[in-house]
Design a protein. Structure first.
Length: 182
């Protein structure tokens, strides 16, 4: 599975280029319209060709980035995938109640995190040691809240609440509780 940091970097470059292309077209158009009387006329075929190119580029970017989302195959084929490990986690009174002190997973195992809230809406996010987020989901009371994930490299991860649940929510951090081993 492609790392989400790699996907984010690629998307940042692609969409920055796209926005710059749109801004250049707008600047060119504004310049041509306001320069002087003779240059106010812009050939429609040129203008619509550039707009068509930007539309084609934008749609292509969306299709390409859709195909690079690392968790897409897991989500689309979820009914056919059996988790190698399942962790049932409950949340209540601003505290994660973990099934064990350290949840150990093997590289390439498909892991299901089933998270149940007993009182409020919380977030459930898994974070790397450098504090970047791997994934997150919203945890609603009275609903099935689960996420299926496949870890492709060893590491140690922390769990944090990613949803505002009141002032006590800031302390909802469980450090180094998920370990992925070879």
């Amino acid at each position: 599975m492609v790392d989400s940091n790699t996907v984010l970097t690629g998307q940042t470059f692609a969409y920055t280029f796209y926005v710059l292309a749109i801004m250049l077209l707008m600047a060119w158009f504004a310049y041509k319209v306001t320069k002087n009387e003779k240059s106010k006329e812009i050939k429609p075929v040129l203008f619509y060709s550039l707009v068509g190119f930007l539309v084609l580029l934008g749609v292509s970017l969306h299709i390409i980035t859709h195909e690079t989302i690392p968790w897409k195959p897991l989500d689309l084929n979820r009914s056919d995938i059996k988790a190698d490990k399942t962790f049932n986690i409950t949340v209540s009174n601003h505290k994660f109640n973990l099934p064990q002190e350290k949840m150990v997973v093997k590289v390439n195992d498909k892991v299901s995190f089933n998270v149940t809230s007993e009182d409020l809406t919380y977030g459930f996010g898994l974070f790397r040691e450098d504090n970047t987020m791997v994934f997150q989901m919203q945890v609603l009371p009275g609903h099935n809240n689960d996420i299926l994930w496949q870890f492709d490299r060893p590491g140690v991860y922390s769990i944090r609440s990613t949803e505002y649940s009141g002032p006590k929510g800031i302390s909802m951090i469980e450090k180094n509780v998920v370990e992925v081993v070879n």
